[in-house]
Ligand binder design. Sequence first.
Ligand code: AMP
Ligand code: ZN
Length: 477
Amino acid sequence: MTGTPLTLYNSLTRSLEPFKPIDPTNVRVYSCGPTVYNYVHVGNLRAYVFTDTLSRVLTWKGYPLTHVINITDVGHLTSDADAGDDKMEAAAKASAQSIWDIAAHYTAAFKENIADLNIRTPTHFPLATDHIQGMIAFAGKIAPEHCYELESGLYFDVSTVPDYGRLARVADDEREGRIDPVAGKRNPQDFAIWRKSPPGENRQMEWASPWGRGAPGWHLECSVMSQHFLGPSFDIHTGGIDHREIHHPNEIAQNQAHCDCADTGATIWMHNNFLVEREKGKMSKSSGDFTRLQTLIDAGIHPLAYRLMCLSAHYRSELEFSSDNLAAAATRLKRLVMTAQALSARDDGAETADASRYLDALDAAVSDDLNTPRALPVLDEMLGDKKLSPATRLKTLAVFDDVLGLKLAALTREALRVKPAGTTISPEAIDARLAERKEARVAKDFARSDAIRDELAAAGVEVMDGDPLGWDWKSTL
Ligand code: AMP
Ligand code: ZN
């Protein structure tokens, strides 16, 4: 257990709170997972870099952890409303594929992204469709006192629980405008627990229930899966800031109805802010105009450069996604990896002075509501501290790697040179051509040297004479 007590920002109280686990031998965290009707974008992935930082910090601080990230493969409508198409059904219709195949494809792609970003696999990765019977049982328990049936489904009456919307703190009239009216709803904020299949329409995903054939509401699945894996009261629930207004207040209402008490389920509700783009605003999946992690990799950017970019902003601040920010993160990552490699080359195993002040500073930063932007300069300072031997610095770096997940000790300069998708020349061939160019320059054959540079440029490779980081070339694709 490290020294500084952990403080986390709780959206419920809108304040920083000391973290007091319900059971210090098993800290329980639930993170809302992606809806797999499309690829996740780098904005969604920011949410999981955040949860991974939380999970790494908890582990470093000595708490055994159970972490759940669900996969929403049913039930999320095309907006936060209760009317309209299910996102999964709509994607299946658009691509003429089975909804199950679509879900499996995008789930696999998400898991690949998670691995590329060095996000640790959670303890449980449940699919919503594996918990339908649990959802029907949960709905059955709360239905008599908290729900009412309309033609389109079973609805939750939010006036039946205490303090509905305490988490959102949005004035009712503001919220009302964002939810499509459904005729017969008692309160504008009432939401669907079970959505009946419209008569005459066959859904690919539908189940029999006491309220007819249909599918669960999206909010229901997280209440059910969190309770299944973590119990009715657990420590932390996470999600993007958009979930603070509708999805999470609705989960809380269901949890309260189920326990017949005021308990919100999780003690601390944490929300990451958005990845935004200048002019376009929040990166959004439903707009269809978004950037995937694979797009960055295809452009020759190492995925951990994106992780580093996320860590350089506090999770509660908006982060701008721009090529400048990404390039700066990629350069910073290269610098760090090259420093670590230089230390390894000089490592003779001899340990020197105590590096604990850097670990204390790391602890103080991350214990202050996961302040990773404050931890990064501590890392720079430690790596550059000549009073510490290479062995001591590398040993300390291993702790930073555990907490920040940047794999700095393992990455190599070569690994950072991700081959862009459109490159027509192999890195080995580039190196060979550069060696020839060097010879030509030594021989003062500038015509030949220029010709090699032009030939490489045509293959998407820019020769970088005099680069301060000592890189000989970069991709221009
Ligand atoms: P979804 O697949 O839309 O359910 O989103 C998965 C997660 O990504 C949720 O926690 C969202 O709140 C979060 N999220 C969505 N868009 C962004 C964004 N632009 N920046 C950060 N997090 C986001
Ligand atoms: Zn959720």
